[in-house]
Write a protein that binds this ligand. Structure first.
Ligand code: NI
Length: 176
């Protein structure tokens, strides 16, 4: 197991849809383990596979580090939202989009079909905060980040702020 580097937006791998996993072999299990190591190292509650540079349809979720929310810990392979209901707004952030956060409106409840790491197809239901995380991570698999969900002035302000963050990161990188 190993921590991988988190890919930073607007890297291309974050902007294109990921490939479905055909066969859950040792290589896939290794990638999943690397995803867990990487997410825990960076204190995330969810991670999509393309965030470590692998364009595969896998997400991991662990909401247990956050207090007062339903603890959900799962690896979802080839996940698909098959039903959704209601609305909620949550201030989202992303390990691949450092330094900014913005309120995003999403469904309150989602039903998801996915394979487990053992290759079994299962149906999962999420509501509240875990549903936010699931929808955020599944967007990644489609080549979307939360910035793509913003509209109008909020979108412009958040993108402007993010450009500044990227410049700052670039300066730090050039110094080291
Ligand atoms: Ni994210």
């Amino acid at each position: 197991m190993a921590k991988r580097e988190i890919v930073i937006y607007p890297h291309e791998v974050l902007k294109k849809p990921t490939q479905k996993v055909e066969n859950i072999d040792d290589n896939i299990i290794k990638i999943v383990n690397d995803m867990w190591d990487t997410m825990y190292e960076d204190n995330g509650v969810g991670l999509a596979c393309n965030q470590i540079g692998e364009s595969l349809s896998i997400v991991i979720i662990d909401t247990s580090i956050k207090e007062g929310v339903q603890p959900v810990k799962l690896t979802l392979i080839n996940p698909e939202i098959i039903a959704s209901e209601g609305k909620q707004t949550y201030k989202e952030a992303c390990l691949s989009v450092p330094g900014v956060a913005a309120e995003v409106e999403r469904a309150y409840w989602v039903k998801v079909k996915a394979l487990t790491p053992k290759g079994q197809e299962e149906i999962f239901e999420f509501e509240g905060f875990p549903a936010v995380v699931v929808q955020h991570e599944l967007d990644h698999l489609q080549g979307k980040v939360f910035l793509d969900r913003l509209k109008g002035l909020k979108r412009r302000l958040t993108l402007d702020k993010y450009k500044k963050v990227l410049k700052k990161l670039e300066r730090i990188k050039n110094q080291s």
